[in-house]
Write a protein that binds this ligand. Structure first.
Ligand code: ZN
Length: 376
């Protein structure tokens, strides 16, 4: 007998698949999602960026003359952490209005709501535009799945708008900062710790560089929604042991950029601040995302969300980065909203949960967005 699919049962089913990244191993979860969409008439393709790690592209093609709407999310989750959980992290335990589990909030509830909504809309013939569902592997470690899909050329097709189901408590977010992770290396010459004058200390060089970074000014005015760009030295390491002069030190630099900043210029600025003694490498480079709040489609969504949230949404952006850093430019910058049932404050935490009522609300919202897009 076919199991009855509800947004909650699907969320719990998705939580039960172990997609903790690393190592990822998203295949079983992705295949399950692909099958559900195929059953409703979607054409599905899997694209594997490494063994056992495919992303899914599923298309409901309704009309050639209008571009489809893209619904997107990621299936991988972050590791569990050292603190023991109160319940099985893959168990999907229900307590009152909450469903618990790793990935419940970030973002298997969002995937479940999108699939149920996509299946709802697929029941109606004669729509326009259609829906493209893009579920990626390996977002949490730097959007590798999304990058892989974009790099394949033609597999994503087109999209006239994007909905990303990352956790926002169903609040519509219209952008986020870009991210540039850099690693700086300094070199020296080893010597005995009792004769430091015979060596060159790589840690002193790194320390000087870090001090300069602390005062670094990007020289840009604050963005009205996102504020100023930020820089944080997140890691520093180096040295062999306490009684040697270190010949190598590494600095990890996390920069979050605002619209208008070109990452190549930011890189050049940091490079010249650090000087010739620091070798600099890019570790991650994803542009920011911003949609005009006056865009017609965004206004339509804000109007719809006023009824759902009980207040008119104000233009807002989120703090982290997402797959739309890759998808939005790939699709030639269509209007994009980040809206999902998870609680952003629960993402990546021990005893992560999602409100069940928010999952049901997301299904209604996604269905309505897709129905309007497809003119049904
Ligand atoms: Zn996420």
């Amino acid at each position: 007998m076919k199991e009855h699919l509800t947004p909650l049962s699907l969320t719990r089913k998705l939580i039960s698949f172990d997609t903790i990244n690393p190592p990822g191993q998203e295949r079983i979860c992705i295949e399950y999602l692909g099958k559900l969409l195929e059953d409703s008439g979607f054409k599905t393709n899997l694209y594997e960026f490494s063994k056992g790690r495919p992303s899914l592209v599923a298309r409901l093609e309704l009309n050639d003359n209008k571009r489809p709407i893209c619904f997107s999310g990621h299936v991988d989750t972050v590791p569990l952490g050292a603190t023991p959980w109160s319940s099985d992290p893959l168990g999907g335990e229900i307590q009152g209005d909450k469903v618990y589990g790793r990935g419940s909030t970030d973002m298997k509830a969002g995937l479940a709501a999108m699939v149920v909504a996509a299946k709802n809309v697929a029941q109606y013939p004669n729509g326009k535009g259609g829906i493209t569902v893009v579920f990626t592997a390996s977002e949490e470690t730097g959007s590798q799945g999304a990058h892989h899909l974009a790099g394949l050329g033609d597999v994503l097709g087109e999209a006239g708008a994007i909905v990303l189901g990352e956790p926002t408590s169903n609040y519509p977010m219209i952008g986020h900062k870009g991210v540039l992770w850099l690693e700086g290396y300094t070199s020296g010459v080893t010597a005995h710790g009792s004769m430091p004058e015979q060596g060159v200390n790589a840690i002193y060089k790194a320390a000087n560089a870090v001090t300069r970074l602390e005062k670094y000014d990007f020289g840009v005015t604050a963005h009205p929604l996102m504020g100023k760009p930020t820089l944080n030295v997140g890691t520093i390491s180096g040295g062999i042991n306490i009684n040697s002069v270190p010949d190598r030190a590494t600095i990890g630099i996390d920069i979050r950029t605002i619209p208008g900043q070109e990452h190549s210029d930011v890189y050049k600025g940091i490079k010249s601040c650090l000087g010739s003694e620091v070798e600099l490498n890019r570790v991650l480079d994803l542009g920011g995302v911003m949609t005009d709040p006056d865009d017609d489609w965004i206004r339509q969504i804000f109007h719809m969300m006023e009824g759902v949230l009980g207040e008119r949404p104000v233009p807002a952006t989120m703090s982290g980065f997402t797959d739309v850093s890759v998808l939005k430019p790939f699709f030639d910058n269509p209007p994009t909203v980040i809206l999902g049932p998870g609680e952003v404050t629960m993402a990546h935490k021990t005893d992560e949960f999602c409100y069940i009522s928010k999952i049901e609300e997301a299904v209604e919202v996604y269905t309505e967005i897709a129905r309007k897009w497809c003119e049904l």
